[in-house]
Design a protein around this ligand. Sequence first.
Ligand code: PLP
Length: 456
Amino acid sequence: MLRNDQLAEWDRDNFFHPSTHLAQFARGEMQSRIITGAKGCHIEDREGNKHLDAFAGLYCVNVGYGRTEISEAIAAQAHELAYYHAYVGHGTEASITLAKMVLDRSPAHMSKVYFGLSGSDANETNIKLLWYYNNILGRPQKKKIISRWRGYHGSGLMTGSLTGLELFHKKFDLPLEQVIHTEAPYYFRRADQDQTEAQFVQHCVDKLEELIAQDGADTIAGFIGEPVLGTGGLVPPPAGYWDAIQKVLDKHDILLIADEVVTGFGRTGSMMGSDHYGMKPDLMTIAKGLTSAYAPLSGSIVSDRMWKVLEQGTDENGPIGHGWTYSAHPIGAAAGVANLKVLDDLNLIENNRETGAYLNAAMKDALGDHPHVGDIRGEGMMCAVEFVKERDGRHFFDAADKVGPQVTAALMSRGVIGRAMPQGDILGFAPPFCLTRAEADEVVSKTVEAVKAVLG
Ligand code: PLP
């Protein structure tokens, strides 16, 4: 086995890590961490440290680590047929079965699923499909996409543009001009503190109407949103938000893309976030929970009304010019089939609902009155603790104080992994759905210790 110092040197010298301070890492100012194994909600590193992973990797290992049903399905698929493509009507038993399983779990008006590899590429697919759709319908000017500030939709050229977080735009010449942003449904951070939730929803609607009037509905193809804002701060929408937004979109014939990369397959406590909030999207983006990250796989689910136009498009123009070598990769598809079975067989969405509610209630009991905790919020197996300098009037800490990252580090040193969300001092939790009450208690008690250590 390689020595740890040898691996660390190779890591520094050769490996370009995503979302990492490259210079600090190359200079050895940041520790590399090499993960060697995991089981249930716990991961283990090469130094022998064990952590309770209360963020499920990147909120993706939904069924928990070490599920042999899935690893065995992957191995069996690799032995039998590691690869064949899905172009010109080809498929495998796994990819066809998974397509049916996905549609069975999606709203009734959805028609087909296209399989990709990541949330980012699935969103790129969705935007291309929207453009194609409007071209086939003879309205080539209807192309812009509305996204929300603080939305997260990936980090490609288009998807990085859709993402409404500064870090993903700065110095990359993004956003592209086809993307326009509107208000985030973030009630806690509303500018007007006197607004009720209902008034704030109306404010979001007014802002959207303003943007549409400014650019012209005939130039806008779609609106993309996560049912619950994820990376932007784990923010469930205020009551009535999706209903009110959809009315505006319908009025202007702007199609809705529900980005369900985080919420899809149970994270909110419902199978899909769209069901949870009564959304009626024309496109849905799925990834993480589709395979619980046991293999890379994503999907773009297309509604009946869009599908009809796509068919018309290929009758008029020939085969659709879109596809990846690894679309519907059999190993990813086998992982997806096994993962969705585990989700059902172990009633994990039900456990998610119960234990997620328990975690949120316990976190509120333990920290709700802390002078530097401004908000504790969540939905299903998601929970966020937002830190403030002063509770009255919601004065925030300077980003340079790095309060969120400090609390997250203090928590990690106590054996629990949360995530410092990238914008604001927000500690996020999104554990695997198999979290037990005892593990939820541990997350809460260690969070209390970490908050006390950093903020008193
Ligand atoms: N959409 C949402 C809502 C996400 O949270 C993410 C990733 O976290 C993505 C899209 C991008 O997915 P990927 O990182 O697999 O490209």
